[in-house]
Design a binder for this molecule. Structure first.
Ligand code: FES
Length: 164
């Protein structure tokens, strides 16, 4: 599955959970940002079509709240699942190890703009907890060592992240 397919299927799941309801727009935007790292124009258009809402409304909400990021993150995106199952299985330790190793805090991008680190809530793979997502790959039953190794490999491979 490509980067865009993996993240798009996560978003689809979120929208389904909310029955594609307009009333859940804020929550959906919030989760979309967790999944993609930021809200691109294409992503906002996608959400507006999926929820059958005018683009002006979706763009209006996204630009109104300062918590939404409309600019692009680093070349690679690493996301830790901080849902309950993953938390219980120790994802916080992995996140801290990643922050230390790559000198980046969650929610931020490294100075060279190579790596952004984000957190999300349950990605629906609790049986494989703790889960980390490195670009297009969900790393189930992750350990600090494996997560760091996968991130190093991604960084060595050059820019791979698709924005959509
Ligand atoms: S809590 Fe992480 S996949 Fe469900």
């Amino acid at each position: 599955m490509s980067v865009s397919e993996t993240r798009r299927s996560m978003l689809e799941k979120v929208m389904k959970e909310h029955n594609f309801q307009e009333s859940a727009l804020l929550e959906i935007l919030h989760r979309a940002q967790e999944i993609y790292g930021y809200l691109s124009k294409e992503l906002l258009m996608d959400i507006s079509q999926s929820l059958d809402l005018p683009p002006s409304h979706v763009f209006g909400v996204a630009t109104f709240y300062s918590l939404f990021k409309l600019t692009e993150p680093g070349e690679h995106i690493v996301t830790g699942c901080l849902g309950t199952a993953c938390y219980v299985k120790g994802v916080e330790d992995i996140m801290q190890a990643v922050e230390k190793e790559f000198r980046v805090k969650r929610g931020e991008t490294t100075r060279d703009r190579k790596l952004s680190l984000f957190v999300t809530r349950c990605i629906g793979a609790c049986a494989m907890a703790p889960n980390m997502v490195v670009d297009d790959e969900v790393i189930g039953k992750a350990t600090k060592e494996v997560a760091i190794e996968k991130i190093k490999l991604a960084l060595k491979g050059g820019p791979r992240r698709e924005t959509r």
